[in-house]
Write a protein that binds this ligand. Structure first.
Ligand code: CA
Length: 223
């Protein structure tokens, strides 16, 4: 799950970054509307947390442009506490939800979970594939109902593979989905994570197949 935070209040942004990274999301931050606009136009995200009072280009304009391009990216807007008008306009323009400042991080995280689930077109936070179960809310994975000890990275990797179970996921897609800007994670590192993940989950009739030169595919082995 990759989230973009567009917020120019650095103290607030730092709090959000810490909390969401702590919950296992890959999170990037920009501090102007123009950067937000460019980022969502050129990168794949699962959620945009958008402050409406951004310098250079207002949050509403970023949102208008995003929807005008036909993007269905879930958007959570951050508004000033007293601005009912802003909230209404934001929802009219295509925001999925809003939080009025100041807000509790716990509540924000609950809304983030709900929105990222909705983005996947599923009301449930549980993904199942054969003997594998992934609980996106609790960030835990189970193999045959037994919890599997996975690092945050391995969990995110498994999540992406499960969301596309039976389909090819390229290494570049994995890098794009898992890694944050400025962080040097190569496709070689992805191989290492895959290797570790395989050792932990390939005990049952599920395996991560390597499609040479293309990527990976989580598949069930017919017994
Ligand atoms: Ca602001």
């Amino acid at each position: 799950m990759r989230i973009l935070i567009a917020e120019d209040d650095q103290v607030l942004a730092d709090g959000l970054l810490r909390a969401l990274r702590g919950s296992g999301y890959a999170v990037d931050q920009v501090a102007t509307g123009t950067e937000a606009d460019a980022a969502v136009a050129s990168h794949e995200f699962d959620l945009l947390i958008l402050d409406l009072g951004l310098p250079k280009m207002g949050g509403l304009e970023v949102l208008r442009r995003l929807r005008a391009r036909g993007s269905a990216l879930p958007v959570l807007i951050l508004t000033a506490a007293d601005s009912v008008e802003q909230r209404v306009t934001g929802l009219d323009v295509g925001a999925d939800d809003y939080m009025a400042k100041p807000f509790s991080l716990q509540e924000l995280e609950a809304r983030v979970r709900a929105l990222t689930r909705r983005g996947l077109g599923t009301a449930s936070s549980i993904i199942r594939h054969g003997p594998l179960t992934f609980d996106a809310t609790g960030r835990v994975a189970y193999l045959d109902d037994q919890m599997v000890e996975l690092s945050a990275r391995e969990l995110s990797l498994l999540e992406v593979l499960l969301q596309r179970a039976g389909r090819l996921v390229s290494k570049d897609q994995l890098v794009e989905r898992l890694c944050e800007w400025g962080e040097e994670v190569s496709t070689n590192a992805i191989e290492v994570y895959i290797h570790r993940l395989r050792k932990k989950i390939e005990r049952g009739p599920v395996r991560i197949a390597t499609v040479r030169g293309l990527g990976y595919c989580l598949e069930k082995i017919n017994s």
